[in-house]
Write a protein that binds this ligand. Sequence first.
Ligand SMILES: NC(=O)C1=CN([C@@H]2O[C@H](COP(=O)(O)OP(=O)(O)OC[C@H]3O[C@@H](n4cnc5c(N)ncnc54)[C@H](O)[C@@H]3O)[C@@H](O)[C@H]2O)C=CC1
Ligand SMILES: O=C([O-])CC(=O)C(=O)O
Length: 334
Amino acid sequence: MDATTVTVTGAAGQIGYALLFRIAAGEMLGPDRPVNLRLLEIPDGVRAAEGTALELQDCAFPLLRSVEVTDDARTGFAGANIAMLVGARPRTAGMERGDLLAANAGIFGPQGAAIAASAASDVRALVVGNPANTNALIAASAAEGVPAERFSAMTRLDHERAVAQLAARLEVGVTDIEGVVIWGNHSATQFPDIASATVAGRPAIDALADRLGGTDGARAWLDDEFVPRVAKRGAEIISVRGASSAASAANAALRHVRDDVLGTDGRRTSAAVVSRGEYGVPEGLVCSFPVTSDGSGYRVVTGLELGERGRTRLDASVAELIDERDAVRALGIL
Ligand SMILES: NC(=O)C1=CN([C@@H]2O[C@H](COP(=O)(O)OP(=O)(O)OC[C@H]3O[C@@H](n4cnc5c(N)ncnc54)[C@H](O)[C@@H]3O)[C@@H](O)[C@H]2O)C=CC1
Ligand SMILES: O=C([O-])CC(=O)C(=O)O
């Protein structure tokens, strides 16, 4: 089988360190597909990335054909079939949201352009670096000639968090749960939705009602515990761990790409993709939806019932995405 070239930006960061060894071990693209890894960093991160490259070599992974480290985006994305955009400018004390968006536009714009200039013609790009949805929008807009649907942003970590919380509450295994949806932005406004989810084939809402004293009890748990817990889990991890999610983010990124490229076998998952107007979300926004993939890329699953409460929550998250897009536009970036 031909080797797949995978470029990881922010390779010297904590997610990069948790991700690269699993890709090289074949956990992302399967046990038969050799990989070339390209590690893209800023100059200050190159030395640490070179150290990671030495460790990758020391693992003697049978599937790992080559590792290259660079601080030049065009070189880093040259021939890339898969681009995982992890490196981003974090928010620091005193930084306004507009400053954060501008700083990241300065990263994701040029990286989108470099992908258009030098990546393989079948490239697919996942944006992990925050604010992930809007960074993906910026990268896709800058990647002239690359179809926008090749870009997605990660809400898979939110999806796995939702599955895990529901499984824990129902005391079932995570594999019993299907059909959870993350709608909207990868932020505290997201809407983790179990309305069409099932537990061992049975509606999740019924299973919750059985445990929690009826539908009112189930609704109260969803509104007061489940939704805020999932939506604010990133902040909870930072406060408990003293650093943001890394291994769980790497795990989600790996699953996002695996399912995009190898297919979901009909199962639904969640990913932020470029809206074509599905569920009333304005065209062009990068919004999290229920998706499936047959291996040729994520497609939005249409026709799910959102209900009035779901509609209100999705609208609020979409309003935030519109604000972010407009703030970036106001900076003259889009
Ligand atoms: N979408 C999601 O669910 C999640 C997103 N994140 C986001 O992922 C990003 C990375 O997180 P960590 O690895 O923990 O951060 P980190 O700070 O440990 O590493 C980031 C790395 O990116 C590098 N970098 C910065 N600008 C770059 C550029 N222009 N090109 C290449 N590399 C660049 C830095 O040198 C650093 O090594 C953050 O923005 C974080 O907020 C984190 C968890 C979940
Ligand atoms: O806030 C962060 O940097 C981490 C994050 O996105 C998450 O854990 O969901």
